[in-house]
Design a binder for this molecule. Sequence first.
Ligand code: BG6
Ligand code: MG
Length: 218
Amino acid sequence: MSNIKACIFDLDGVIVDTAKYHFEAWKRLANELGFDFTLKQNELLKGVSRVESFKIILGIGGIEMPEAEQVAYREKKNDWYKEFISGMDEREILPGITDFLQELQSKRIKLALGSASKNAQPVLKAIGLFDTFEVIVDGLSVSKAKPDPEVFLKAAKGIGIDPENCVVFEDAYAGVQAANAAKMFSVGVGKEEDLPHANIIISGFQDFDLESLQSHFG
Ligand code: BG6
Ligand code: MG
């Protein structure tokens, strides 16, 4: 029987609520392009890379744009996003996460980060969790975006643990797909209706601990 040796965490929407900053920046860009962008539409962008996100936004606005121009807009959005995250601190860590990470560390469970974001490292530094993860795999270190399992397989390799002994925490549809494709145990953070393919669903990390995780694993 396999047991839990490592936990791999997505960042945006699992450890910290940066979705609101991505949203603010995309909305500002959409408004500048002459159309509105709603919170509901923002759901489509969770876990999706910057390049793909902008394509979705252009689709919403019914705009066609040459790639060279898209690059400049994406940079603009990222500059705004970086401005937002520069003001973050540990108060923005989602409830229950700090205690859960400390419990995992005290029980010698290895910790890794698997994020699509190219800003994962500055965000982790801003919230004081940069040194918590033994391995950080982010948007700068993978070539294939989620739902491809590359990000999680690379994280598992980095910490030297077999996929069957890894648990992934994800809030995005494509992220859960990536975890399942990596043959890891997937914990969907959110609602069952949004993440029906996750092995288990939790609404957040309050009232969640290693014992509850182990009761579902294997
Ligand atoms: C994911 C977010 O973690 O990272 C997406 O859920 C975001 O909303 C993606 O687009 C890429 O992030 P960044 O910081 O590289 O633009
Ligand atoms: Mg996420």
